[in-house]
Design a binder for this molecule. Structure first.
Ligand SMILES: Cc1ncc(COP(=O)(O)O)c(C=O)c1O
Length: 442
C-alpha cells in the first residue's frame, strides 16, 4: 500500500492511490442557506445568483458513508514533553501552538478513519502530494474562550463547520459530520485548556484545516485527505484599546467575483492578496478594500462596489438621503466570505439597534455613495468585522486620488456602533450573557 502521508505521529493506514467512484446520488446541496432572502433586483439580473445556489461539490460528496465521523473511536496519545507556557503579554498571533493536534484521515473508499489526538508535530508528505501542486486546501478560523464563570466556550461553531464543509466540497475534498467534529474539537480544547489564559480578551485560536493527500500529479479529485486542527493561544487584538485603520481601495486587482471561488475559505484566496497588501503598506495604509466593478441597476452606470477588507467583512453606518440611520454591508453575492462575525453583527443590529431607528441592509454600496455621504457629513462610521478583532474601526479610505474620511473625530479610535458591537459580541463570548445560544460550552 502506497502512502503519501506520514507524520511523526501518524502511521500510514490508508491507500493513497484510490480513485473515487462517481455515484448518481448527487446534486442536492446539504448546506442550505439559513435565511432565505428576497433577491434584490441586481441579483435577479445576474447569471450567478447567490452563494448558496452556487454551491458546487463532487458527485459523491453527500454519501453518508463518506461523511460520517465516529467521535467515540477517538484515540488520544498525550505528549510526554509538555511545553512551557508563553507569558500572556508575549503572545504573538499564530506563533505559539499547544501540546497536541487533532487529526482525521479520509479515503474515498472508506470515508473517515477513527480520529486521533497526538502530540503537536510536523507532517511528512510525499513531494507529489496533490495539496502542493493544485491547492487542495481549505481552513477555518474560530476561537475557544474562558468565560467569566471559568468554563470554556466556543462561539457559533456550527457556522464554522458549515462554512468548512462548503469550502472542502468546492475543492472536491470530503464533507464531514460537523456536529461530530465539534465534539472532537471540544475534547481537544479540554486537553489543552491550560494554554487559555484566564484574562478577558485572551482566547485559543483554532485552525481546522483540510488538505488533499493523494500522491499524484494527475489533476483530479483527491482520493485521500487529512483534516487536522491545531490551536494557538492569542491575546487581545487591540491590547491598549482600538486603533482605527486606513484602507486602500484597490482598483488594479480583483479578489473575488460572482461565480468564482473568492467566497470560500480556501488557502488559494489568501496568497494573491499579499502583494496588494504590501503595496498598500508602502503608502502607509493598513489593508486593502477590495472592490467589484459592476453596473449600478439604479443608474445603468458602472460603479466600484465595496466588498470586504483583508480578512474582514466591511460595514458602513450611513445617514441615508431619506435621513434614516442605515447599517450596510455587502450581500452574499460571491464577492465576500460569509463571515461568522458579519452574521452576528447583522443579527444583533436587527435585534438591538432597530428600536433606535436603525435600518440594517445587506446590499451593494459603491465608493461614490460612500464618498458622497462623507462629503455631506452623512458617513457616520466604517468598520471591519472578523474573528480576530471582532470589529476594526476604519478612519479613512484612499480612493480615486483622495482620502474619504469615515466619520471618526481625530481624537477617537472607534464609533459608537463599532464599540457596542464589540462589547456585545465579546460579552456573549466571555459569558456576560449566560445561556446565550451562540455560546457553546466545551
Ligand atoms: C476573507 C475574509 N473575509 C472575512 C472574514 C471574517 O470572517 P469571520 O467573521 O468568520 O472571522 C475572514 C476571516 O476569516 C476572511 O478571511
Amino acid at each position: 500500500m502506497a502512502s503519501s502521508l506520514r507524520s511523526l505521529h501518524h502511521l500510514p493506514r490508508c491507500t493513497r492511490q484510490l480513485q473515487r467512484l462517481p455515484s448518481l446520488n448527487a446534486s442536492r446541496c446539504l448546506l442550505q442557506q439559513q435565511h432565505q432572502q428576497q433577491q434584490p433586483r441586481w441579483q435577479q439580473q445576474h447569471r450567478f445568483q447567490s452563494q448558496s445556489k452556487a454551491d458546487i461539490h463532487a458527485p459523491d460528496a453527500l454519501n453518508p458513508k463518506l461523511i460520517s465521523i465516529d467521535a467515540s473511536t477517538l484515540e488520544v496519545e498525550e505528549t510526554a514533553d509538555p511545553k512551557e507556557l508563553v507569558p500572556h503579554h508575549q503572545l504573538v498571533f499564530g506563533a505559539n501552538f499547544t501540546d497536541h493536534m487533532l487529526s482525521l484521515e479520509w479515503t474515498a473508499k472508506e470515508g473517515w478513519f477513527p480520529p486521533r489526538i497526538t502530540p503537536y508535530g510536523p507532517l511528512s508528505l510525499d513531494p507529489a502530494t496533490c495539496v502542493f501542486h493544485y491547492g487542495f486546501e481549505c481552513f477555518e478560523g474560530m476561537k475557544a474562550y474562558r468565560g467569566k464563570d471559568g468554563e470554556l466556550y466556543l462561539f457559533r461553531p456550527d457556522m464554522n463547520m458549515a462554512r468548512f464543509n462548503k469550502s472542502s466540497s468546492r475543492l472536491a475534498l470530503p464533507m464531514f459530520d460537523g456536529k461530530m467534529l465539534i465534539e472532537l474539537i471540544k475534547k481537544f480544547v479540554r486537553l489543552d485548556e491550560r494554554f487559555i489564559p484566564n484574562d478577558r480578551g485572551y482566547s485559543l485560536y483554532l485552525r481546522p484545516t483540510m488538505i488533499g493527500t493523494q500522491r499524484t500529479l494527475g489533476v483530479g479529485p483527491p482520493g485521500s485527505a487529512l483534516l487536522y486542527v491545531i490551536a494557538s493561544p492569542v491575546g487581545p487584538y487591540y491590547p491598549t484599546g482600538f486603533k482605527a485603520i486606513s484602507l486602500e481601495a484597490t482598483t488594479y486587482a480583483l479578489r473575488a467575483w460572482p461565480g468564482g471561488t473568492g467566497h470560500y475559505k480556501v488557502g488559494g484566496n489568501y496568497a494573491p492578496c499579499i502583494v496588494p497588501q504590501m503595496k498598500a503598506a508602502e503608502k502607509g495604509l493598513h489593508q486593502n478594500l477590495w472592490l467589484f466593478e459592476d453596473i449600478d441597476p439604479e443608474t445603468g452606470k458602472p460603479e466600484q462596489f465595496a466588498t470586504e477588507v483583508g480578512t474582514m467583512n466591511l460595514f458602513a453606518a450611513i445617514l441615508n438621503k431619506q435621513g434614516q440611520k442605515e447599517l450596510v454591508t455587502a450581500p452574499l453575492d460571491g464577492t465576500i466570505l460569509q463571515g461568522v462575525t458579519r452574521d452576528s453583527i447583522l443579527t444583533l443590529a436587527r435585534e438591538r439597534l432597530a428600536s433606535e431607528g436603525w435600518i440594517v441592509n445587506e446590499r451593494r454600496f459603491h465608493m461614490r455613495e460612500l464618498d458622497e455621504a462623507a462629503n455631506e457629513g452623512r458617513l457616520l462610521e466604517v468598520f471591519g468585522s472578523g474573528t480576530a478583532a471582532v470589529v476594526s474601526p476604519v478612519r479613512a479610505i484612499s480612493w480615486d486620488g483622495k482620502m474619504i474620511e469615515c466619520g471618526l473625530p481625530a481624537n477617537e479610535e472607534a464609533g459608537p456602533v463599532a464599540q457596542r458591537m464589540k462589547d456585545w459580541i465579546e460579552g456573549i463570548q466571555y459569558g456576560d450573557e449566560p445561556g446565550h445560544p451562540w455560546s457553546v460550552k466545551v
